[in-house]
Design a protein around this ligand. Structure first.
Ligand code: IVH
Length: 681
């Protein structure tokens, strides 16, 4: 980095100096809006113009280049090694608990030590899974960045920290202390992680196992030009050394101050009253976990009052005023005992790992998908290997990595079977990575899977007709296709294992109820290749009835939003198959009836708009609200961003509502939403 002394700039016109200053301030402001607040207020092209003007001026007047110029973020030539830095105030760690009771015990211990019965206020924050760092600002300028290391000394990573766009090179605002050390977590968001792994895959380089490893690896780059290309982020969570400022009384006030000076703070932090507030926060955060764009491994709760924090003090390694509430791990290690092959609804053969059972993501898991044979080669997996398994939210568990394969003393190669494990027919290769059973609907496994799909909740929603029951009914040849479901009766069903007359009666009743459905659900239940729920809904809304869909050609089908050539091809093939048409007629004859959609000529009122639902609606289920919005042409997204058009906020709305307010996104209540629906009928 070329940082010249001030002296040589004395001959430069004042107007130029002022212009350079103004440009730097503007760019820092827009960086903060873009990278910290996810709320850009100028188009990228305007930003690029500001940046280019600054680069141009600095080239013409190199003496003006300063360390806090945004042009100096781009990364410098590789360093030889990292220097060690001693933390003036040790960077402590956190005690942790794994259940609610132990969190309650923590509150009791704190109160006992304070000899107080009063309800305590807590600052609750996500426990971000990244790398702990310390940043030092001297006279508002970013002077140094260091890793936590062992808490006493860490490594100097200033060259890398400077490349992170959400970290200000200069603090703005009033009352900035002459010396300020802020601490926090540097991490890679889930999207950023996916992006760099996708790039690594393209270039054939090694992929990272998880965002934390990727962030740690990126911060330990000697070449900061590499760091600069990775979208690292930071959330600050405490301060260290501070000079020349009187601190406010509460931790949450400090957070507000840091934010006002331009530092990035976690928007999902909250102040709550009492340990009940903490329990509620932890539960809520756990529910939101899968939807957050960054990985967390728990919540951190901290006594908010700084005087009380001082009274409580610290043990050797951890403060007495804070506690980490750890969520169940989403990644754990186990062993692959065997690999079996499952046959799906369309005959695709999927390898599934049988695992030594492990507790992961809150449940015990003994199977994990391996997706396809390509995935097995990518993982270089052999039977008997120790592996890392991941289960996040409700997503099906997957094997993410083989660890210490040398520990596997008798590795066995995994080979695709030549014959279908269910029906013995030949297995054929389909395209680059897929293998299929060649038998089609005569394969029992395919029949079972297509019936299970037909009866599932999002399709015909036949309660009680689950996998186990379907398996028996197909094996006994009582069911051979989906239309047979409608000739099941109590007598046939009650002969099955674990089926009393009463349960059989319930299933028959559920079958009867399922006969009345919607066009979209019926279409989805048919199991046309690559026609998921959203595509089925889009087709129903576009064409209005099954006749039109079944007669539509490729061109008409691709006019439907999000339907491309491949899906359109599958739809045409499905409806040109006489057997499929006969099955639909059979279903109709059994009394299955679906509601068509009235397609208006008017353009959809909410076309091109993206809605987000949050909180609980009193008058309708979230799925219904979603369907109504889609009917009106809107897209429904799971998280709020600058692209969101409107947020519908029911009672209990949390961070999404707050984010909408921060970004200036329109929010409406349930009543306003109902009025919007009324207007459109
Ligand atoms: S507070 C004295 N707050 O968790 C308090 N830590 O085991 C020290 N972490 O090394 C830490 N999110 O890397 C705190 N909101 C948060 C955090 C957080 C993640 C990490 C941090 C620390 C580790 C403690």
């Amino acid at each position: 980095m070329s940082v010249k002394g001030k002296d040589s700039s004395s001959s430069i016109p004042t107007a130029i100096k002022k212009q350079v200053d103004a440009l730097r301030r503007q760019i820092a402001h827009h960086d903060s809006l873009y990278f910290t607040h996810d709320n850009p207020q100028i188009p990228d092209s305007d930003y690029d113009r500001l940046f280019a003007t600054l680069v141009d001026l600095e080239q013409r007047y190199p003496a003006l280049i300063s360390a806090d110029s945004p042009t100096q973020r781009v990364g410098a030539a590789p360093r030889e090694e990292f220097t060690q830095i001693r933390h003036e105030i040790a960077m402590l760690s956190l005690d942790k608990v794994f259940n609610e009771q132990n969190l309650t015990d923590f509150d009791a211990r704190v109160k006992k030590r304070l000899q107080s019965d009063s309800t305590l206020q807590y600052s609750c924050e996500p426990k971000v899974d990244g790398v702990a760092v310390s940043l030092l600002y001297k006279d508002s300028l970013l002077e140094r960045g260091a890793t936590r290391g062992d808490g006493v000394s860490g490594e100097d990573i200033t060259h890398n920290v400077r490349t992170i766009k959400s970290i200000p090179l200069k603090l703005e605002g009033t009352n900035v202390p002459t010396l300020l050390e802020v601490r926090g977590e540097i991490f890679l968001g889930k999207r950023g992680f996916a992006r760099i792994n996708a790039e690594a895959e393209k270039t054939g380089s090694k992929q990272f196992v998880n965002p934390r490893n990727a962030a740690a690896g990126t911060l330990r780059q000697l070449d900061s030009r590499i760091t600069a290309r990775r979208p690292l982020q930071m959330y600050c969570y405490s301060i260290g050394v501070v000079q020349d400022i009187e601190l406010p009384p509460r931790l949450s006030d400090i957070f507000d101050l840091l934010e006002a000076w331009g530092l990035p703070l976690n928007p999902d932090r909250r102040v709550v009253d009492g340990i009940e507030g903490c329990h509620y926060y932890c539960k809520d955060l756990q529910e939101k976990r899968a939807g957050l764009d960054y990985e967390i491994d728990g919540a951190v709760i901290k006594v908010n009052d700084l005087a009380l924090q001082a009274d409580l003090g610290a043990n050797a390694r951890t403060p007495r005023w804070a506690m980490a509430y750890k969520f169940p791990a989403e990644e754990v290690s186990t062993t692959v005992l065997d690999v079996e092959f499952q046959v799906g609804r369309t005959g695709v053969i999927t390898p599934v790992a049988r695992l030594q059972p492990v507790f992961v993501g809150g449940v015990t898991v003994s199977n994990a998908t391996l997706h396809n044979m390509d995935e097995i080669s990518r993982l270089n997996l052999k039977i008997g290997d120790p592996v890392i398994v991941r289960r996040a939210g409700d997503v099906i568990p997957k094997v993410v990595k083989v660890i210490n394969s040398t520990d596997n003393k008798s590795p066995r190669e995994i080979e695709i079977p030549q014959f279908c494990p269910a029906c013995g027919s030949a297995v054929e290769r389909d395209g680059e990575v897929l293998y299929r059973c060649s038998a089609g609907i005569s394969c029992a496994a395919q029949r079972k899977e297509s019936i299970r799909h037909f009866a599932s909740r999002s399709a015909m929603d036949i309660e009680g007709l689950g996998s186990k029951l379907i398996e028996q009914l197909v094996d006994l040849e009582i069911l051979s296709n989906v239309a047979d479901i409608f000739s099941l009766d109590v007598e046939k069903l009650s002969a099955m294992q674990r089926m009393g007359v009463r349960s059989a009666g319930n299933v028959v009743a559920a079958i009867e109820i399922s006969k009345h459905t919607t066009l979209a659900k019926f279409l989805y239940s048919l199991g046309i290749r690559e026609v998921g729920e959203a595509t089925a809904l889009a087709l129903a809304n576009h064409f209005g009835n099954l006749g039109k869909i079944s007669r539509a050609g490729l061109e008409e089908l691709t006019e439907v939003p999000d339907i491309g050539d491949i899906v359109a091809g599958h739809i045409v093939v499905f409806f040109s198959n006489q057997e499929n048409l006969a099955r639909i007629e059979e279903l109709r004859a059994s009394g299955v009836i679906w509601q068509d959609v009235i397609v208006s000529d008017k353009p959809s009122r909410l076309a091109g708009q993206t809605y987000v639902l949050t909180g609980t609606l009193k008058t309708m289920h979230r799925n219904e609200a979603k369907a109504r919005l889609i009917e009106l042409g809107a897209k429904v997204a799971g998280s709020v961003s600058k692209h969101t058009s409107c947020v519908i906020a029911g009672p209990g709305s949390g961070s999404k509502l707050e984010k909408a307010r921060q970004l200036g996104v329109k929010t409406i209540s349930e009543e306003e939403f109902l009025a919007l629906l009324d207007d459109s009928t």
